[in-house]
Design a protein around this ligand. Structure first.
Ligand SMILES: [Mg+2]
Length: 429
């Protein structure tokens, strides 16, 4: 166990002063901490960022497991960080935030931001949520976007059976998200002539076009079957696109209105679309009573401005590992709240360091918070190399917020070292 108290700020912990150099004690100022290294290792498929300082504290951040190629991008920022005081998170971020972009290129900046908060929390002897404004809630709700079971087919019955398994999962989720429509190529390709284009190959979510009557009917039938299983006990959200036409989106939303779906996500743009289309989203949003959701790929508050100010959607879903980090997401959530817009952060691939970051953030978000998307440790051995998460992590769909300084999770170094690739061997040294 690290000796946190020795690193507390002057005044916050009496023991701290005794360990500072004499000059610092006399001036009453703590000598500035300095960043001495920025490292990145791909552990499993998650790029993990480690920021090393001259005072024995390290901070960790993580990027999505879908981005094992990110390491050179993380290291690009190294020279800008060396010598900076990591506890001045805002000043460090000011240097690098403009050097990112929509998913995937905001991830490196975001992971660095999270690692800075981890350091700042440890240095101050407080959990990160305190630095984000303090706790609004003692336990945080997370929704199921990643606890999945193999599909047996693509009929409504198959979707119902699969949903029944998720309903029984040990985490006890109160809200489950399911992929449908163009977000679920297997569902779409199971129907001959489901839309007026041919299936496209390449990176995910390439399909788009006008749905046929048969295509739309199949999607609606699958949703009805799943909703029947969940009843009113557990919420159902749908990740739908991108790629829908505005008119299909409206027809679909209206057909589902009696089912009280929690939200319809990314119908128009989303995932890796490098822009949000506020005007088209607004048209859909104004045409239905179902909440319309987008935002997981968006980088920085500036790119949420139109969506929020034009009331283009009802729910935004920034991912802390893509949007620019925890403080960036907190600011966006507050601004959304001013405009009557809810927030449900994306997070399925954010890994276990990411899970910890989500918990601290969610604890400090305003009352427009719904739930964050629960990241699953993949491969399974991730649970053996990280310590500090509650056991079990979730209880009845909620996670208790912990109070250890920083993110409050760290690596079991010996076990984690065994998972490092040869080129990353010195990551924990
Ligand atoms: Mg999504």
């Amino acid at each position: 166990m690290t000796n946190w108290t020795r690193r507390g700020f002057l005044g916050s912990l009496p023991a701290a002063a005794a360990t500072l150099p004499l000059a610092a004690q006399q001036s009453g100022r703590r000598p500035a901490m300095k960043i001495t290294d920025l490292r990145c290792a791909v552990i499993g498929r998650n790029p993990v960022v480690r920021i090393v300082t001259d005072q024995g504290i390290s901070g960790y951040g993580q990027a999505e497991s879908t981005k094992p190629y990110l390491k050179p991008m993380v290291l690009f920022y190294r020279d800008y960080l060396l010598g900076e005081d990591p506890t001045d998170v805002g000043r460090v971020m000011m240097k690098i935030r403009r050097m990112g972009a929509f998913k995937p290129w905001g991830s490196a900046v975001s992971a660095i931001e999270i690692a800075l908060w981890d350091i700042a929390g440890q240095a101050a002897g407080v959990p990160v949520y305190k630095l984000l404004g303090g706790k609004i809630r003692d336990r945080v709700r997370a929704y199921n976007g990643g606890v999945r079971f193999p599909m047996t087919g693509q009929t409504p019955q198959d979707y119902a059976e699969n949903m029944a398994k998720m309903k029984e999962s040990k985490e006890g989720f109160t809200l489950i998200k399911q992929a449908v429509g163009f977000h679920n190529p297997a569902m779409m390709r199971a129907i001959p002539n489901g839309w007026y284009d041919e299936p496209r190959s390449g990176p995910p979510h390439a399909d788009r076009g006008l749905l046929t009557e048969r295509g739309l009917a199949h999607i609606v039938s699958c949703v009805e079957a799943m909703k029947k299983v969940l009843g009113s006990e557990i919420g159902l959200a749908l990740d739908c696109g991108p790629g829908w036409t505005v008119k299909d989106a409206i027809t679909f939303a209206r057909a589902l209105e009696p089912l009280h779906i929690t939200w319809l996500e990314d119908l128009i743009t989303g995932d890796y679309t490098p822009y949000p289309n506020a005007e088209l989203f607004r048209e859909v949003t104004q045409s239905t009573s179902l909440p319309i959701h987008t935002g997981e790929q968006i980088y920085l508050r500036e790119n949420f401005k139109d969506l929020i100010e034009k009331q283009a959607v009802n729910v935004i879903g920034p991912d802390p590992e893509d949007v620019g980090g925890l403080a960036e997401l907190k600011w966006i959530a507050e601004y959304a709240d001013l405009h009557g817009i809810l927030v449900a952060p994306h997070g399925i691939f954010d890994g276990l360091i990411g899970l910890a970051a989500h918990v601290h953030l969610a604890a400090a978000l305003p009352q427009n918070y719904i739930a964050f998307e629960y990241p699953v440790g993949q491969p399974e051995w991730w649970y053996d190399i990280v310590e500090g998460l509650p056991n079990p992590t979730m209880k009845q769909g909620f996670i208790d917020v912990w109070d250890r300084p920083g993110l409050g999770v760290t690596f079991r170094v010996q076990a984690a070292r065994a998972r490092l690739a040869e080129e990353d061997r010195g990551f924990f040294d």
